[in-house]
Write a protein that binds this ligand. Structure first.
Ligand code: MLT
Length: 274
């Protein structure tokens, strides 16, 4: 099967250190708007693809495995002549990032894992995904809005920020229907990355919303314990979507992630964020 040609944005100075940000399911690259703006203001070049079957990138006729999505992203980065980069992944973007660093460790300078996990799907989770696929086939993406919005955003965010609720709802409804189905199939088949965490040898920041029920703080702790020298930030006032719900603290952490390790050896602990 051919790789997918990814729609993407490429912002900031072409000479700036490249940062690649991978979004979650069933979302798109606009979920990183605040982080991209912030990093560009600090002189970084920020590349944000829409993964296959999400946002403006059409679906490809097969399960969107993590390996396929890694291949799509690297084809894009090769086209842009970007060899090494800082890599951030949110949720399924984190699953893709973990597979990318496993397969192509040399290319990754630093890793950011936001609201994601290393474990593969449990049997219960797989059953839930199968059911979700059937429902999306029958009723469309509104099923994803109904099932996921209350978990993506905290109750507080949903009450206080109707604009953010609308932004997330729109991202879900804009996801091509087959793209969502293929991503669900791909996530079901994803590998357990726990055995590989010990090989990650780049500065790594793990961030999770305190109220995240999709990839809870326990899952973030597994990442932090498994990746030597990594740091964990648990962000209050957020459920699953820290980049959208709590951009101010996240952008602050990113300053340390993207710049704080420049003169440090990989694997060394970073300076604590104030
Ligand atoms: C995501 O936000 O990317 C997904 O909810 C992750 C998942 O379902 O495992």
């Amino acid at each position: 099967m051919p790789p997918a040609k990814l729609s993407y944005t490429d912002e900031g100075p072409k000479t700036g250190p490249p940062v690649v940000l991978l979004h979650g399911f069933p979302l798109n690259s606009t979920m990183w708007d605040s982080q991209a703006k912030h990093l560009v203001s600090k002189g970084f070049r920020v590349i944000r693809p829409d993964l296959r079957g999400h946002g403006k990138t059409p679906a490809v006729a097969e399960p969107a495995t993590m390996a396929h999505m890694v291949e799509d992203v690297l084809i894009l980065l090769d086209k842009l002549k970007i060899d090494r980069f800082r890599l951030g992944g949110f949720s399924v973007g984190g699953y893709v990032a973990l597979e990318l660093v496993r397969m192509h460790a040399r290319r990754v300078e630093a890793l950011l894992l936001v609201d994601t996990r290393a474990e593969g799907d449990s049997e219960e989770a797989k059953t839930g995904r199968r059911d979700m696929i059937d429902q999306v086939r029958a009723r469309g993406n509104i099923v994803l809005v109904e099932a996921m919005l209350p978990k993506l955003l905290s109750e507080q965010t949903r009450k206080q920020h109707p604009d953010l609720v609308e932004k997330v709802r729109k991202m879900i409804m804009d996801t091509p229907r087959d793209g969502g189905i293929h991503a669900l199939e791909g996530m079901m088949a994803r590998p357990d990355q726990r055995p590989n965490l010990g090989s990650i040898n780049v500065p790594t920041l793990v961030v999770v919303g305190a109220e995240d029920k999709i990839t809870p703080p326990d899952a973030a702790q597994i990442l932090q314990k498994g990746i030597k020298g990594s740091q964990l930030r648990i962000v209050t006032g957020a459920a699953h979507m820290v980049p959208v719900e709590q951009p101010v603290p996240l952008n602050h952490f990113l300053d340390h992630w993207a710049t704080g390790f420049a003169d440090k050896k990989p694997g060394m602990p970073w300076k604590e964020a104030a």
